[in-house]
Design a binder for this molecule. Structure first.
Ligand SMILES: [Fe+2]
Ligand SMILES: [Fe+2]
Length: 279
């Protein structure tokens, strides 16, 4: 019997080792793409019972964010710590994209929804491998340092709410990546770490589409339910996301990804300069 897409997603989620998880993820993504091009038999979406938490390796040790040691990004150890944190985010992102496929198989969606998230999962898998290659070139590896626990929190909180998932994961968390990645690229450029610069530039270029897919499918669902996207976005982010959004925002890339300023500024911890000037 051929696997369904939601079964493939669940298989990735239940694979613990990072390199194994991403290799399987890339194989399943390639199989999906081949089937969609008509080069292989069609793959059904199906329904599955994904685990509430994805399988993860024994290392890294997961600590509460306040217990993860901070290192100066200007030092070699600091740059390794930064790459390690990025690897952890990418691995989490692989699971997040397969989870949205596996978790919401019961919600009827156009087939393009699956195309988009399979592509994202494939890209995150590539990102994880690129960053691991950089870590290994520096004599470290994923698992050598502690990492943030609680990255799966957003997935758990929105396990029963597809619109909430889209609002919080691609439209808040991945959009945040667009804000902070240029600064990281600068740190590695100054250090002459060309390998890390090129990995982060690939990540930066590809993440815009991930945010855009979030915005696209969020708007699709709002249209189907005839509700106001901006209002619903504010309600859902306040419900599921803990804390305010942090400026400065990368307004240019956010715009490219279909995220207008009136979506995120009202959720920020400060108001934009032009509003402050007016009061
Ligand atoms: Fe990524
Ligand atoms: Fe992403």
């Amino acid at each position: 019997m051929m696997m369904t897409l939601t079964q493939m997603a669940t298989e990735v989620l239940t694979t613990a080792d990072g390199r194994e998880k991403t290799a399987l993820s890339r194989r399943h993504a390639a199989a999906w793409v081949a089937s969609r091009k008509g080069e292989a038999a069609a793959i059904e979406i199906g329904t599955a019972n994904p685990p509430l938490h994805p399988a993860r390796p024994d290392r890294p040790e997961l600590l509460s964010p306040r217990d993860v040691p901070r290192r100066r990004p200007g030092s070699p150890a600091g740059r390794i710590a930064l790459l390690h944190a990025v690897a952890h985010i990418e691995l989490n992102a692989v699971d997040l994209h397969w989870d949205i496929i596996a978790r919401f198989g019961h919600v009827p969606m156009p087939i393009g929804f699956y195309d988009d998230w399979v592509k994202c999962a494939d890209e995150e898998s590539k990102h994880f491998n690129l960053v691991c290659d950089c870590l290994e070139a520096l004599g470290s590896h994923y698992g050598a340092l502690p990492a943030h626990a609680g990255m799966w929190r957003a997935a758990e909180d929105t396990a029963e709410d597809l619109m909430g998932r889209l609002a919080v994961v691609p439209m808040v968390l991945e959009a945040r990546g667009l804000d902070v990645t240029p600064g990281m690229i600068e740190i590695f450029r100054k250090a002459g770490a060309e390998g890390a610069v090129s990995a982060l530039e690939t990540i930066y270029a590809e993440e815009v589409a991930h945010v855009a897919y979030g915005s696209k499918w969020f708007h699709f669902l709002c249209g189907r339910e005839d509700v106001d996207p901006k209002e619903v976005f504010h309600t859902l982010v306040r419900r599921y996301f803990h804390g305010a959004l942090k400026p400065p925002f990368n307004e240019e890339k956010r715009a490219e990804a279909g995220l207008p300023p009136d979506f995120y500024w009202p959720l920020a911890e400060e108001t934009p300069a032009r509003d402050r000037a007016a009061t």
